[in-house]
Design a protein around this ligand. Structure first.
Ligand code: T46
Length: 132
């Protein structure tokens, strides 16, 4: 499964901690930053794969689960530390759920938004994998 948990370098301080993502923290130059917030209880996000996009998901507040599928394996990863990010490479199906109240999912992305890069139907995703 093409994912990696990344330790985000942090500077600890009794006055509050500081985490830094720099060019060498992740394997791509950041082209876009967006974040999910005010996610209602029970709501699910994601439910798609990307043909080319790579992303780092960071739970800057609260926690949520990410379910990853690659057509053969399924993995559930709980993200609950602002200094631990989940790097998801391309061609991986992802579903996000179990957001706690006030949770914020910040995403650092390798490319600008492009709807043509999405596969939003699971059956189409499985067919796409067969063509690779
Ligand atoms: C992912 C998870 C974690 C934009 O116009 N620009 C953007 O940069 C994004 C990300 C979305 N949009 C539009 C497209 C849709 O009309 O915002 C709407 C909601 O997007 P989507 O249904 O893709 O949102 P999520 O939360 O299901 O998925 C997003 C990312 O799309 C996806 O890459 O991994 O967050």
């Amino acid at each position: 499964m093409k994912y990696t948990l990344i330790d985000i370098p942090r500077i600890k301080n009794p006055k509050g901690n500081l985490a830094v993502v720099e060019l060498d923290t992740i394997p791509f130059p950041i082209q876009r930053v967006y974040y999910l917030y005010d996610v209602p209880a029970g709501s699910k996000r994601g439910g798609h794969a990307h043909k080319n996009l790579q992303q780092l998901l960071v739970p800057v507040s609260g926690s949520f689960d990410v379910v990853l599928k690659d057509g053969k394996h399924v993995e559930r990863i709980t993200l609950n530390r602002p200094d631990k990010g989940l790097l998801i490479e391309n061609n991986i199906w992802r579903e996000l759920e179990n957001f706690t109240s006030g949770a914020v999912c910040m995403v650092l992305a390798s490319a600008p938004y492009d709807e043509a890069d999405y596969i939003r139907v699971y059956r189409e995703y499985l067919n796409y994998l067969k063509e690779l």
